[in-house]
Design a protein around this ligand. Structure first.
Ligand code: XMP
Length: 317
């Protein structure tokens, strides 16, 4: 029977013993796993933990600043690195989903490696790997596994020569959340929906531009804020918006418009392997659709995805 308190006590003692006075670097993603790993390590070794939080420019609206502030508020030794332009340059002109994922993984490694180089005498790389990541060895989830899947691409970055410490590697997601609660992490952060490592890039079908990212961030914010204010957020496993690569005709006043279509997606799931679309209330969908079309310039049509996994996937790319 899993007891989060005992886990924390054991791990803190074990980490102290293992890491001694060594310096440790960790990439924060804003997600539950890396956050819990960081807070646990911080409890064990304090300022010897150096956290790096990279903005790839593909996060949700205002997410980078908000989450960075939250991290600082938790007392973490964290550096925020805004690498938006580097990621945009790497993505320029790419349309293929796997090519986009690869470009993002590679850029993340370069940025992280540059940052790790600014630190001297680092001995360890900490990762928020959890048990399902360990079994699904080919999964590409979050910075940790992005690193793994790029192991053999063009030689190892220097920080890969570091020893690896993964304090959550025996835990399931719900256990990670319970450990996080024991550590006093904000329940809102612990209850966050999963969010893919490549971020909004795989929800913008086709090539990525700053303008498309801006449009999708606005649409996504209306949808997610709506779910929260209607008390629906915690009933959904994952939700988001997708910017489709088509324009549709609409009318505004006497004018004909020819603008973007967005799809909303909300699913119920336990592990992401299978998923059912959520029967969101029509009233809610109506309000959100109106708000998106009225507020977000460049969008004139909203559709709702009513496909389950399988055979559809959660993401569209
Ligand atoms: P699919 O679309 O395969 O998604 O049904 C299942 C879960 O995995 C997430 N996902 C990703 N996460 N990097 C990630 O870190 C990726 O490339 C990636 N692709 C999908 C997706 O958001 C869902 O939670």
């Amino acid at each position: 029977n899993f007891t989060p308190n005992a886990f924390v006590d054991d791990q803190v003692a074990e980490l102290k013993e293992k890491l001694q006075d060594d310096k440790v670097v960790l990439g924060l993603s804003g997600g539950v796993d890396s956050t819990v790993a960081a807070v646990l390590l911080n409890k064990a070794i304090g300022k010897n933990l150096y956290c790096i939080f990279v903005n790839n420019g593909l996060l949700r609206k205002n997410e980078f600043q908000n989450v960075l502030d939250q991290y600082k508020g938790m007392g973490l030794n964290v550096k925020g690195v805004d690498a938006t332009d580097r990621f945009m340059t790497a993505l320029a002109g790419l349309e293929d989903p796997e090519a986009k994922r690869k470009a993002i993984g590679k850029t993340f490694i370069e940025v992280f490696d540059d940052e790790a180089h600014l630190l001297t005498d680092v001995k360890w790389l900490a990762q928020g790997t959890i048990y399902p990541d360990v079994i699904e060895s080919v999964s590409v989830k979050g910075p940790s596994a992005t690193i793994k899947s790029h192991h053999n691409v063009g030689g190892l970055p220097d920080y890969m020569k570091l020893k690896i410490v993964e304090p959550l590697r025996m835990l399931f997601k719900d256990e990670v959340r319970r450990v996080g609660a024991t550590l006093g992490i904000d329940p809102e952060l612990l209850g966050r929906h999963p969010f893919p490592g490549p971020g909004l890039s795989i929800r913008i079908l086709g090539d990525i531009t700053k303008e498309k990212v801006r449009i999708l961030q606005e649409v996504d914010a209306v949808f997610i804020d709506g779910l929260k204010s209607w008390g629906l957020y915690d009933k959904v496993w994952q939700a988001g918006a997708i910017l489709l690569p088509v324009n549709s005709v609409g009318v505004m006043g006497d004018e004909r418009t020819y603008e973007k279509v967005v799809a909303l997606r909300a699913v119920e799931s336990t592990d992401g392997m299978t998923a059912d679309w959520v029967h969101l209330p029509y009233e809610f969908l109506m309000k959100v659709s109106n708000e998106i079309i009225n507020k977000v310039k460049g969008v004139n049509r909203v559709v709702y995805d009513i496909s389950s996994k399988p055979p559809a996937t959660i993401e569209w790319e």
